[in-house]
Design a protein around this ligand. Structure first.
Ligand SMILES: C[S@@+](CC[C@H](N)C(=O)[O-])C[C@H]1O[C@@H](n2cnc3c(N)ncnc32)[C@H](O)[C@@H]1O
Length: 196
């Protein structure tokens, strides 16, 4: 990961997270690679299910006003976290690994306050020749890489969700090779913010 960060991912994180304010929920915060990029005054809640990562996350967050919760996205609506209350919900490189991406998007849409933004950096399926490679490699890759799917269609799932994509930027994924050639960085907002 440090090589990938240096090769360009850190810059993407900085671009994504520089915009946040107010109440922010990061799902699948991992070991805390995003923490340096949050503005000082945000009220950050970071959720992470993996106990080894959680330990590092807690150490990196020490001394900062960050609430850390052990849990997965599937637990969130029943975890006591207030629904419809976050100005920003953040995922970076998480939706490839959740058991059900459509369900995860549904949960995210219930966590956003009216006017709130779901912002993300994710790797996704790349149509064409790469997609065939991604489909072939995913069963083995999943087992080696913590359940990560190389071929998830996040934009397709967002199309069927309660949210609508409002900004989108595609980039060559640093050191991603033929398995992860592209990433996307973007924003989605509740459809109910636009349509009644
Ligand atoms: C590739 S790591 C990315 C970590 C961090 N977001 C980052 O950008 O460095 C994938 C993360 O997704 C988390 N994750 C996997 N399944 C999850 C779930 N169902 N709910 C929440 N987080 C999950 C993992 O524990 C891990 O922290």
């Amino acid at each position: 990961m440090p090589l990938v960060e240096k090769a360009g991912l850190a810059k993407r994180r900085q671009e994504l997270l520089g915009q946040v304010s107010g109440r922010v929920l990061e799902i699948g915060a991992g070991t805390g690679f995003n923490l340096p990029y949050y503005p000082e005054n945000v009220q950050l809640v970071a959720v992470e299910p993996n106990l080894d990562m959680l330990k590092i996350l807690r150490a990196r967050a020490a001394g900062r006003n960050i609430q850390i919760i052990e849990g997965s996205i599937g637990d969130l609506s029943s975890s006591g976290i207030s629904l419809h209350s976050f100005d920003f919900v953040v995922t970076t490189l998480v939706l490839c690994s959740v058991p059900d991406m459509d369900e995860a998007l549904q949960t995210i849409s219930t966590l956003l306050a009216p006017g709130g933004k779901f912002i993300f950096i994710e790797h996704v399926v790349t149509p064409g020749v790469y997609e065939r490679v991604q489909n072939l490699a995913t069963p083995l890759w999943k087992r080696m890489a913590g359940g990560c799917h190389l071929n998830r269609d996040l934009l397709g799932s967002l199309d069927h969700s309660q949210m609508v994509v409002t900004t989108l930027f595609r980039f060559n994924f640093p050191l991603g090779g033929p398995l992860i050639p592209h990433g996307i960085m973007g924003t989605a907002r509740l459809k109910s913010d636009f349509f009644v």
